[in-house]
Design a protein around this ligand. Structure first.
Ligand SMILES: [Zn+2]
Length: 423
């Protein structure tokens, strides 16, 4: 993280920023926005923003992209391997009914209040009005919700699922076996929900457990946890924050491997499924999340970085009201309204010197200056405040030490495109 000292912030805030429009070459009338430090504005404060001459005529705004419908969860019941329709165990089949379920990415088993015990599972089957899912390892009793890939989610179910304690099937004297399941298929660095795995040792006595994190690309064990003695038939979980020895790890696939050794020397290592079978203990670790949660397209010409006259970011077009989330967690350095930028914020990224800027939000950001925010946290909605024609996010990335503070803007499009593929 770059410096975020209060004094520095005050100096930066006192600077004036002049805004000039890029040349009106934008197809579809895209406005290109350029914020540049006002000539002559001193960091001693008092400088008022200076503005360039009025912009050229804007042609008609680009066609909006319709916002998608959030999934609706109306009811659910346990349909196979259940104690009764509301009582399940790990592996029981739950059928969820509702609307707009065809794009269900995962069903979240919410457990108790708070995100700590949330566990997600990908559906086995999904149709417009019905989704089937198995109760994942580590799921705790509580309500459910349905989430789409782009972050839209249903309301929380009215009824709560009761997860019964697992039944011991292990015969006395048999060697242990272990079952391992990642709690979500994707994990973003610095997200509210860290990468998490659940496992259970099936045995007739306690076993010594070691959990290793294996990088899928080359099989390297990047870190491990000694879980000590673990009671049998008791789901355990642990989380990984994306770092090893304080160093942020590369984005990519990783899997959790659990080894259990019991008192009589019986040993079990969790299975590592080979492609094309998906490994339930594997996660995709990502350092950023795509900031627009909904249908979108990338602007061209003046909407590109460097398009128009020094357009310093990339425009991402989406329907007004589409949720905007933080591409990377960090600290909100600025939250302001500017006649050209509209409602905007600048975020000093966590464990990176990069600053991330989000402009033209529909209304003031949902987070405040000084807030520590998380990757994927809702920060506002796509809008067209300020000088914008058509609803879009104007997104900038700046090198350290940061936005109008000694850093330089660089083209964020390659990053956006890669985040878009994996978010
Ligand atoms: Zn722009």
């Amino acid at each position: 993280m770059g410096a975020t000292g209060g004094a520095l912030r005050h100096v930066a805030r006192a600077r004036g920023y002049a805004v000039t429009l890029g040349r009106g070459v934008a197809a579809a009338g895209l406005v290109s926005l350029v914020l540049t430090p006002a000539a002559g504005a001193q960091s001693t404060g008092g400088a008022t923003p200076q503005y360039a001459p009025p912009p050229p005529d804007l042609s008609s705004p680009p066609p909006g992209v319709p916002a998608r419908k959030a999934p609706e969860l109306r009811s659910w019941r346990c349909v196979r391997s259940c104690q009764d329709r509301f009582t399940a165990g790990t592996g029981s089949l739950v059928r969820v009914r509702g609307r707009a379920l065809g794009r269900t990415y995962e069903v979240v088993f919410l457990g108790a209040d708070g995100e700590a015990d949330d566990v997600a599972a990908a559906p086995l089957r999904r149709k417009r009005n019905v989704v089937d899912v198995r109760v994942p390892l580590g799921a705790a009793s509580g309500p459910l919700l349905v989430a789409h890939h782009d972050g839209l989610s249903s309301q929380v179910s009215a009824a709560a699922l009761t997860v019964a304690a697992p039944v011991t099937l292990q015969s006395a004297g048999a060697p242990p076996t272990v079952e391992v399941q990642a709690q979500a298929r994707r994990a973003f660095f610095d997200a509210a929900r860290p990468a998490k795995v659940s496992y259970v040792v099936h045995d007739d006595s306690a076993a010594r457990v070691l959990v290793e994190l294996v990088r899928s690309s080359d099989g390297t064990v990047v870190t491990s946890w000694d879980a000590g003695q673990v009671a049998p038939e008791t789901p355990q979980s642990l989380s990984w924050d994306g770092t090893v020895g304080g160093k942020l790890q590369k984005a990519g696939r990783y899997s959790f491997r659990v080894t259990a050794v019991d008192a009589s020397g019986g040993r079990a290592v969790s299975a590592q499924a080979e492609p094309p079978t998906s490994n339930p203990a594997e996660i995709q670790f990502l350092q950023h999340e795509f900031p627009v949660r909904g249908p979108h397209y990338f602007g061209e010409f003046a909407a590109r970085f460097g398009g128009g006259r020094g357009h310093q970011g990339q425009d991402v077009f989406a329907a007004c009201g589409t949720p905007l989330v933080a591409a990377r967690g960090g600290v909100v350095k600025f939250k302001q309204y500017h006649s050209r930028a509209g409602h905007y914020i600048v975020v000093d990224g966590e464990r990176t010197s990069i600053d991330y800027t989000y402009m033209h939000m529909r209304s003031a950001a949902l987070v405040d200056e000084g807030d520590r925010i998380r990757t994927g946290q809702l920060i506002g909605y796509v809008g067209q405040t300020g000088r914008a024609s058509g609803c879009h996010l104007h997104f900038e990335m700046w090198t350290g030490p940061g936005w109008y503070d000694g850093g330089k803007p660089f083209d964020p499009l390659p990053s956006l495109v890669s985040w878009d593929k994996t978010s």
